[in-house]
Design a protein around this ligand. Structure first.
Ligand SMILES: NC(=O)c1ccc[n+]([C@@H]2O[C@H](COP(=O)([O-])OP(=O)(O)OC[C@H]3O[C@@H](n4cnc5c(N)ncnc54)[C@H](OP(=O)(O)O)[C@@H]3O)[C@@H](O)[C@H]2O)c1
Length: 324
């Protein structure tokens, strides 16, 4: 994910910024926080009439200061129209296909210029993961991890092009993101938690996961945009936990749901969470939301939006016959 900021044209005027993918999980929170801060916001969506984008119109300040633009990041001209006259752009939209994600990012970088405006198997588990760490592209290819592959290629190309074309580009890199949803539709992040809550996942892997709250990700984007000294990459990671801790927090808070307590790996010792540096954003003033609170509010939101049925309607894990 990238934030592309551009030098303000008129310091006295209220800045106008564009958020691509405004109707999505992270985009919606970013739009909400920008409106609350008094920005004029242009949000791009692919279909303005789609009911899944309706929540944007209900945000505080939206009536006066939010304009929705129909734009597909694969359609350069539509991105240019949305960005024309903006002071900055937060590029959040991401098509699913690798090639499209890269093309979409290039279009956003080029349109910003025109407007004037982890995954590495060789890294030691004791090494601190910081902004100097990158995914291993060959490993991503070998393991068919096209999501990480596409993200890294898009970032590298965006940085290269921004350097060549003199664009002020700052990148915010979040891990799996949790927290309450503003949109009504379920996104990948909500789906992950839902699968455990409903008992659809019968075991958890012997693996660790880094997590952050969606509101922190949105806030991080605004912090790097507003800080003139911000540069380069910013990891936006609140914590790294083993999956056992992840499901443990969920079952402690929601004991009525059939959340698995079984690890799929019965042989190996538990994988240790790696150390991570989230210092750069903390130095800009970001205070991370405790992940237990984020998970609680994720589940609350899944219930409120009708994605998570009451516990009694969820599938129960098969009872293991007591051993004799
Ligand atoms: N959520 C996470 O756990 C997480 C973690 C790390 C990084 N990220 C990254 O953060 C970004 C946003 O994630 P999210 O969770 O907010 O995703 P999301 O809820 O699925 O939203 C994605 C947005 O991208 C838009 N989009 C997709 N293809 C597009 C295209 N061709 N042109 C214009 N817009 C397009 C979608 O618009 P439509 O409504 O028109 O489909 C949607 O608004 C993505 O780049 C994602 O990879 C997310």
């Amino acid at each position: 994910m990238s934030t592309i900021s551009h030098i303000r044209k008129n310091e006295d005027a209220i800045p106008t910024v564009c958020v691509t993918g405004a109707g999505g999980f992270i985009g919606s929170w970013l739009v909400k926080l920008l409106l609350l801060k008094g920005y004029n916001v242009r949000g791009t969506v692919r279909n303005i009439e789609d009911p899944k984008n309706l929540h944007l119109k209900g945000l505080e300040g939206a009536e006066e200061r939010l304009t929705l633009y129909k734009a597909d990041v694969l359609d350069y001209e539509s991105v240019c129209s949305a960005l024309d006259g903006c002071d900055g752009v937060f590029h959040v939209a991401s098509p699913e296909k690798v090639k499209d994600a890269v093309v979409g990012t290039m279009n956003a970088v080029n349109a910003a210029v025109k407007a004037g405006l982890h995954m590495n198997p060789n890294r030691s588990s004791d090494a601190v993961l910081d902004e100097n760490c990158w995914s291993d592209l060959d490993y991503c290819k070998k393991t068919n991890n096209w999501y990480c592959y596409g993200k890294m290629v898009a970032e590298l190309k965006a940085v290269d092009m921004a350097n060549k074309r003199g664009l002020d580009l700052v990148v915010v890199v979040p891990p799996p993101t949790v927290g309450p949803m503003l949109q009504s539709t379920l996104n990948a992040a909500g789906f992950r938690v839902l699968a455990y809550m409903k008992g659809a996942k019968k075991t958890y892997p012997n693996a660790v996961v880094s997590l952050v709250d969606v509101r922190d990700v949105a806030q991080a984007h605004i912090l790097v945009y507003e800080n003139p000294n911000a540069y380069g990459r910013y990891f936006c990671i609140a914590t790294v936990v083993h999956r056992a801790e992840f499901v443990g927090m969920l079952s402690e808070m929601f004991p009525e749901y059939p959340i698995t307590t079984e690890c799929e790996d019965k042989i190996n010792p538990r994988v240790k969470p790696y150390k991570v540096s989230n210092q750069r954003l903390q130095e800009l003033g970001l205070e991370y939301t405790p992940i237990k609170k984020s998970l609680y509010e994720t589940v609350k939101s899944l219930k409120e939006k009708g994605h998570l049925p009451p516990a009694r309607m969820c599938q129960m894990p098969p009872k293991i016959a007591p051993s004799m």
